[in-house]
Design a binder for this molecule. Structure first.
Ligand code: ISE
Length: 325
């Protein structure tokens, strides 16, 4: 059976999903929506899809089996709800919503639909380097500490703290929850401003099982560079960097570091698309869920409160409703 997809959002992330999905056998990207008609037309041209400027009509279109939501963050919750209410599968880019209350509405809509339908775009869970870490720690006893360093390259953006958290650090929050299998109980945030409102952020997280997390975010000029390391009872694991040739030239050896997440996580995005489609075919959600989206949103919310209060802030306990946690 051909899986018919609607993609909402024709920016960089939407186009990445279109390219990856259209390359999968038995997948038809049937329509691409964007408020900007020329952007919708241009992205639709990547896969001979129809173009639309009506995102909600696409989300509610009964001829589509599944919807990708890659539109601006503050549209994610309502578009996901529109698709879920008619029983469609959704791959929603992170964040699930722009605040905790909206993320809760999405989870409630999915619970009302009677089965899991929403996958969140926490693609690091599909990254070969992160997966190697997840495998290696299995041999090393209990996890004591996760350190995640996120060096980003949004040079031109003067992003406020809320966006740095909801667009960037939310990945590191999910990585920690996923690798550690436990929840954040409290967070303490320190923010340093400089030429930009947010130059450097450090979050110290205390986990429910007594282990700890540090997340560091910095606007880097040299490239998009992600590190993760896990210290366990009997050893420590560091994620390898993506394989790159070493070029020796003019008296030095060079290894390329790209300047965005599309290059760094190419394989992860492809694997995510393939696994999502396999899940849609099997009638299940296999990757990060809406509950993961909500849990991460709650950590982000507490971390922002901590940046403002200067105090350690508690993270609300995991969401529980009708048997789903
Ligand atoms: C960006 O919006 C993303 O989606 C990337 O995955 C993230 O790593 C980056 O920091 C964000 O700015």
């Amino acid at each position: 059976m051909t899986v018919r997809i609607g993609v909402i959002g024709a920016g960089g992330m939407g186009r990445e999903h279109i390219t990856n999905l259209a390359a999968i056998d038995g997948v038809e990207v049937a329509v691409v929506a964007d408020v900007v008609a020329t952007a919708a037309l241009d992205a639709a041209g990547l896969c001979n899809a129809a173009a639309s400027t009506d995102a909600f009509a696409v989300a509610r279109d009964p001829s589509l089996d599944a919807i990708v939501i890659a539109s601006p963050d503050d549209t994610h919750a309502n578009l996901t709800i529109a698709a879920v209410e008619r029983g469609a599968f959704v791959l929603c880019e992170k964040p699930l919503a722009s605040n905790v209350a909206d993320a809760e509405r999405v989870v409630a809509a999915e619970v009302a639909a009677g089965r899991p339908l929403v996958q969140l775009g926490f693609m690091r869970q599909y990254d070969p380097a992160h997966l190697q870490v997840a495998t290696a720690i299995g041999e090393l006893g209990a996890i004591r500490h996760v350190r995640s360093a996120h060096r980003n390259t949004n040079h031109q953006w003067e992003r406020p703290l809320e966006l740095v958290f909801s667009q960037s650090l939310i990945h590191d929050v999910h990585t920690a929850r996923w690798l550690m299998g436990t929840e954040f109980s409290s967070v303490t945030t320190q923010v340093v401003s400089g030429p930009r409102p947010v130059e450097h952020v450090v979050v110290l997280g205390a986990m429910a099982d007594g282990s700890t997390v540090t997340i560091e975010f910095v606007e880097a000029t040299y490239g998009y560079d992600i590190d993760v390391e896990v210290t366990c009872e009997h050893g420590m694991v560091t994620a390898p960097q993506p394989a790159q040739p070493v070029v020796r030239f003019e008296g030095a050896g060079h290894q390329h570091i790209g300047d965005d997440w599309f290059g760094r996580f190419t394989e992860a995005y492809r694997a995510e698309a393939a696994d999502w489609i396999a899940g849609v075919r099997a009638g299940e959600v296999r990757g990060p869920t809406s509950i993961d989206g909500l849990a991460a949103q709650r950590v982000v919310d507490a971390a922002i409160r901590s940046a403002v209060s200067g105090q350690r802030e508690a993270v609300s306990p995991p969401f529980v409703t009708s048997g789903r946690t």
